[in-house]
Design a protein around this ligand. Structure first.
Ligand code: ATP
Length: 339
């Protein structure tokens, strides 16, 4: 187990900052997720931590020690890529053993380590096969076994589940989490999938344009987003943002409901809603609407239970409300949260 830290880490490609001054403290044993849209710099940041990319400036520290000039193999980190990058001509056993051989470990000790790593991911029966004889999920496990075989102090995972179908992905996520908890290895995990990030991360760093917008627990990021980017990037549908004077007021779809659903003794903010489409989702309904005057006509979404209570229908004008305590406020110019 180890701590990882980046200090003012920057990477420019052709004069453009892909990573624009990132201070990221990762705790010992933590599962930290880097989340952001395509091109925000997640992979570049991870590759600099791994030593696969040279920073333009700034430092990477492991256990408080600067490792910026060290090559990847001297950092004791293991990286798993989206593609898994298994060697097609080698058996599963040889693929897993590869990092050991590269470090000069052979014979009985290497064989025992391979067995242990294979057992960890229940792939002992696959050891003699070649990668093309494996399913996507099995390949992923082989890649993870290969990553753990050297018993690294840090795992760096770049969208390792993105080649799996939805069902396998959910099982693999579960497995990955259990495995990380069992080993307690500090893990940095890149994804653009917020469901994956929320489910896996002890903390999430939300990135955009090479900068961290918010570093916090899934709950903090969802409930108290640092700015309007995070507010709309996290949550599906995203947080509603309504311009009121020079402030932007935000509230989550599930906090926005017909006034009759809220207790009369709680302070609420009322909004008059012109109801557009009502979408039935099984457990929930999504109500799409537009705020009526005197507010500017913002589009907003409410998430209501699907049951027969609280009838809301297309074309009607309905009083909606949000508890005052659920409202969040953002500065209009900077987008930063002000309360
Ligand atoms: P994705 O989720 O699509 O993989 P990402 O967040 O991982 O995206 P990066 O791969 O880190 O993003 O790329 C960040 C920015 O840096 C992008 O604009 C990309 O085009 C640019 N970039 C990345 N690698 C290079 C390179 N070797 N040369 C030039 N530009 C690069």
């Amino acid at each position: 187990m180890a701590t990882v830290e980046t200090r003012a880490l920057r990477k420019r490609f052709d004069g453009v900052a892909a990573v624009d001054g990132i201070d990221l403290p990762v705790r010992e044993g933590e599962f930290l997720v880097l989340l952001g849209p395509s091109g925000c710099g997640k992979t570049t940041l991870l590759r600099m931590i791994a030593g696969l990319e040279t920073p333009s400036s700034g430092d990477v520290l492991i256990d408080g020690r600067v490792v910026t000039p060290l090559p990847p193999r001297e950092r004791n980190m293991a990286m798993v890529f989206q593609s898994y990058a298994l060697y097609p001509h080698l058996t599963v056993a040889d693929n897993i053993a590869f990092p050991l051989k590269a470090h000069g470990m052979r014979g009985a000790e290497a064989a025992e380590r391979v067995q242990r790593a294979a057992a960890m991911f229940s792939i002992e029966r696959l050891l003699k096969r070649k990668p093309r004889q494996l399913s996507g999920g099995e390949r992923q496990r082989v890649a993870l076994a290969r990553a753990v075989v050297r018993e690294p102090v840090v795992f760096l995972l770049d969208e390792p589940l993105s080649n799996l179908d939805a069902q396998l992905r959910s099982a693999a996520r579960d497995e990955l989490q259990q495995f990380q908890r069992r080993l307690g290895t500090t893990t940095i995990y890149v994804t653009h999938d917020q469901i994956e990030a929320m489910g896996l991360g002890d903390r999430i760093a939300v990135l955009d344009h090479g900068r961290i917008h918010h570093l916090g627990t899934p709950r903090e990021i969802y409930a108290d987003p640092a700015d309007t980017f995070v507010a709309t990037f996290i949550g599906s549908p995203p947080m509603n943002l309504v311009e009121t004077d020079d402030i932007i007021t935000g509230f989550r779809p599930e906090q926005f409901m017909p006034i009759e659903a809220l207790p009369a003794d709680e302070p609420v903010r009322r909004f008059t809603l012109d109801v557009g489409r009502v979408e039935y989702l099984g457990a929930d309904r999504l109500v799409y609407g537009t705020l009526a005057p005197p507010l500017p006509p913002s589009r907003v979404i409410a998430r209501l239970p699907a049951g027969p209570e609280l009838p809301v229908s297309t074309g009607e004008r309905h009083e909606f409300a949000v508890r005052e305590r659920d409202l969040r406020h953002f500065d209009r110019a900077s987008g930063r949260r002000v309360n």
